[in-house]
Design a protein around this ligand. Structure first.
Ligand code: GLY
Length: 315
């Protein structure tokens, strides 16, 4: 019998894909935020009670708390100047999953999504129902004003219409030493979206999906296009058919671009296979991303760019 390949505990995160040259003045902040997030995730992966689920929640929560990303504080504004966010989490052993959509007045949609997964029989709560549940769970309520950053207000003023330039949804995929895979997503949607719009992030198999037998995926990009091709599930399907994580990532994004002609249909994906091998690809100018594997931190932002650092011993 062939020896089973050993799992490499790994976390990979993205802070969204897009036409990053438009954000030249804040690229360093994207890199700072993505490095903080992947380290938070890795600590939750490798600590005493570490698990893939804790890791993706910690990494995504960190990005929700960091002003540069399009979720939590820093979310895109709706056409009415409101903030409506989506959060999603899933584990690949029993396919437990939770999501919230169009939720307001909270800082961490991914944490509420995990509560939906663990404390209800449902998979997704929307709008006022999600907020009622947050209250029931004792989640602190915050003002819309406290979630808005000036940069996003300007983006709404400049583009009071559908704006395909910025897809900076965040996401994470992790695999722990037991081979459990989890993924999570969080987003403020798109600038000037209509009230009540639901994108790909909270929909199972669109923004994220994982299956311990094959791997895990988190996407970013044109939400309507991603949902139309169920991008995350499609990438897992390619892996079921025998493609590597990298080949499946590339095929998934090209399939979306070819099939969906009515949208920009661009984006980025991060993928782990069931051993912790990495797949990552983007059809945009850039995507902030990072992963930690074997105590090496890898990260980048513009297409083709990759930096490597040794993680510090305190982690
Ligand atoms: N990809 C995130 C969204 O479209 O809402």
């Amino acid at each position: 019998m062939a020896a089973q390949e050993k799992v490499i505990p790994t976390i990979i995160v993205h802070g969204g894909a897009g036409n990053m040259r438009k954000h030249e003045q804040v690229l360093a902040e994207y890199l700072k935020g993505i490095k903080i997030a992947v380290k938070a995730g890795y600590q939750a992966l490798c600590g005493g009670t570490g698990s893939a689920l804790n890791a993706v929640e910690a990494a995504v929560s960190s990005m929700e708390d960091f002003h540069i990303f399009n979720t939590g504080r820093g979310s895109n504004l709706t056409v009415d100047g409101e903030i409506e966010m989506d959060g999603f989490i899933m584990e690949g052993k029993e396919f437990r999953t939770g999501a919230v959509t169009c939720v307001q007045h909270i800082t961490n949609p991914v944490q509420l999504a995990r509560m939906v997964m663990e404390k209800t029989d449902h998979i997704c709560l929307a709008g006022p129902g999600a907020n009622k549940f947050a209250k029931l769970m004792g989640v602190p309520e915050v003002s819309t004003e406290s979630l808005i950053v000036e940069r996003r207000r300007k983006m709404l003023e400049e583009k009071r219409s559908f704006n395909p330039d910025t897809y900076d949804t965040v996401g994470a995929v992790a695999i722990d030493a037991d081979g459990n895979i989890a993924c999570a997503m969080s987003t403020g949607g798109i600038t000037a979206q209509m009230e009540g719009r639901v994108g790909d992030a909270p929909l199972i198999g669109c923004g994220g999906y994982c299956d311990n037998d094959y791997g895990g995926v988190s996407t970013t990009g044109d939400g309507e296009a991603i949902a139309k091709v169920t991008l995350a599930r499609n990438i897992i399907f390619y892996m079921e058919q025998g493609l590597s994580a990298q080949a499946a990532a590339e095929k998934g994004l090209h399939y979306m671009e070819n099939k969906i002609q009515s949208h920009p249909a661009q984006g980025g994906v991060i993928v782990l296979d069931k051993y912790g091998h990495i797949g990552m690809y983007m059809t945009t100018q850039g995507m902030s991303w990072a992963y930690i594997q074997k105590d090496q931190l890898h990260y980048g932002l513009l297409k083709g760019e990759e930096f490597v650092e040794k993680t510090d011993d305190s982690m």
